[in-house]
Write a protein that binds this ligand. Structure first.
Ligand SMILES: Nc1ncnc2c1ncn2[C@@H]1O[C@H](COP(=O)(O)OP(=O)(O)OP(=O)(O)O)[C@@H](O)[C@H]1O
Ligand SMILES: [Mg+2]
Length: 308
């Protein structure tokens, strides 16, 4: 079943200028993006910095106002819901952010940090609440006495687990994870990623994974969409995107992945150079006169490419 369907989503931010601060132009952060998430799958959004990945994620959780387009969650278009209408969906769709340092209130105990969203939706006695929260702490691998501690008493990886526990108490259906491990040490990244995969099984979660680290996205995702300047340039299974990229931008993104293996480094550098030249030569084949990517066209049942 389709859980989320994003249709021709646009999020434009006004740029103000002049003495009266009038709107002089717009940043087309997201400029016509469509994709679907099946229940239980992990879908990745990749692309370089500023391509509109986070803006897309934030529009889905209503942290960004939608300029136009549809966001169908379980068939309901929530794109223009008021704050009252959106309330029940606030449980179902949760976002995990990149920075485990700034996303937790440093003045609050873990108990109150995790309980906060829950208190918006459910009434529990203090005893019950404590038990629920300790249960979730246990699920994310933190000890029960963590509830009395403050964020600074934890490591980066542990803080990210606290943030995850906080999202889970509402039993969401969809989790949007925006670079959830990029602020963590490489040594704990894999640990948190594996842990997110375990949670997916246990809670039957659907993930929208946002990031610029193709290695991470490939490891986590069944399918992915490649974003460039607010548009999707290619979509397919992780395997298709990696082994058979069709859009010149995707090719370039993949060629840019650094290789640690010394024996292939030179080979990679040559490949990178070749893609770079191909990019220059074939630019007009892949982008219109305004430099915008075309709409996605299917080239197989799972693979779509932005071509004229
Ligand atoms: N609130 C805002 N007001 C104005 N412009 C914004 C706002 N939020 C994002 N933008 C702009 O929209 C574009 C897309 O930003 P976004 O944060 O979605 O990129 P991203 O793909 O998540 O990049 P990164 O990999 O660096 O996180 C950028 O040009 C950014 O400056
Ligand atoms: Mg971002």
């Amino acid at each position: 079943m389709t859980l989320l369907k994003v249709e021709d989503l646009k999020v434009h931010f006004p740029i103000r200028g002049g003495f009266f601060r009038t709107v002089v132009d717009h940043v087309r952060a997201v400029d016509g993006v469509s994709f679907e998430l099946e229940e239980g799958e992990t879908y990745g959004l990749v692309g370089e910095s500023g391509s509109g990945k986070s803006t897309t994620g934030k529009a889905i959780v209503k942290l960004n106002k939608v300029t136009s387009g549809k966001i169908l969650f379980e068939g309901q278009d929530i794109a223009n819901y008021s704050s009252r209408q959106i309330k029940p969906y606030r449980r179902d769709i949760q976002m995990i952010f990149q920075d485990p340092y700034s996303s937790l209130n440093p003045k609050k105990r873990v108990l109150d940090i995790i309980a906060e969203p829950l208190r918006n939706f459910e009434r529990h006695s203090p005893g019950e609440e404590k038990k629920i929260i300790q249960d979730y702490l246990d699920k994310v691998g933190l000890s029960p006495d963590s509830i009395y501690k403050y964020p600074h008493e934890f490591s980066g990886g542990q803080r990210q687990r606290i943030g995850i526990a906080r999202s889970l108490t509402l039993k969401p259906k969809l989790i949007i994870a925006d670079e959830p491990v990029s602020a963590l040490d490489v040594s704990v990244q894999a640990q948190v990623l594996n842990f997110l995969q375990d949670l997916q099984e246990e809670f039957k979660l659907t993930y929208l994974f946002v990031g610029h680290d193709l290695g991470v996205i490939r490891h986590m995702c069944d399918r992915m969409g490649v974003m460039y300047r607010g548009r999707l340039v290619e979509e397919g299974t992780s395997k298709e995107i990696y082994n058979n990229p069709q859009h010149i931008y995707t090719k370039r993104l993949i060629a840019a992945i650094p290789d640690l293996e010394p024996s292939v480094r030179e080979e990679k550098a040559i490949a990178r150079q070749k893609v770079s030249e191909e990019y220059e030569q074939s630019y007009s084949k892949y982008f219109d006169e305004k430099g915008r990517a075309y709409d996605l066209k299917p080239i197989s049942t799972t693979h779509r490419v932005a071509l004229p």
